[in-house]
Ligand binder design. Sequence first.
Ligand SMILES: O=C(CO)[C@H](O)COP(=O)(O)O
Length: 255
Amino acid sequence: MAKRPWIGTNWKMNKTFVEADEFARIVAGSDFADGAKAQLFAIPSFPAISRVAEALKETKVLVGAQNIHWEDAGQFTGEVSAVQARDAGARLALIGHSERREMFGETDETVALKAAAALRQGLVALVCIGDTRDEFDAGRTAEVLKRQTEIALSKIDWTAGEPTVVVAYEPVWSIGVRGTPAEPGFVEEQHGRIKQLFGSVVGRDLPLLYGGSVNPGNAVDLATREGIDGLFIGRSAWDANGLLAIARDVTDALA
Ligand SMILES: O=C(CO)[C@H](O)COP(=O)(O)O
């Protein structure tokens, strides 16, 4: 049976409401809106979550929040809880993105707390892990991925319902305009390593996505590799038609 990949995009700090509405309108009218061929997801900035969720409410496309706090409420100025993200229409929470780790003090410990908070509110927890350029250059990739995976999954109650935890491997050195796209063979090797960790750490398989300079030129090769359950895309999918074109190429290749 053809694999039903996860394919989604993190908008980061981009898009006006007009641009957000246009993106949602195009995706809602696409042949991927019913979720049959792929699990699409889009992660807007906080202000646009409600309107994007409203525009996509008749679809199976998941709308996410780019971050959440680990508490459900409290004196945390500037923060947004999983409760509030869900009220806004989010059904997924992005946790531990490398930009939050690098610039906003995110740690393995806060990632673990936030993953538990997301699941407490019935959100999909999309947890990012990845090695930095220095860690890669020092040959520490395996060690870093093991530590990040073990800690990120350490506070999840796997007996509470059916927690949906999705992990994204995003080598930090492959991300963004200054990133070097990772070789698909290298990615496949790391995904095999991470999949083994899922077995040893939580005793179950979890969807494992790849992110980091995914583009129309490498998407099919990446998505058809062993252990890659989907793609997590930034720049190449900020345009809705870019996202849909990659989704079409990938699902055609997996059919
Ligand atoms: O957020 C991301 C989407 O996976 C990640 O930072 C990759 O961004 P991109 O290199 O612009 O695809």
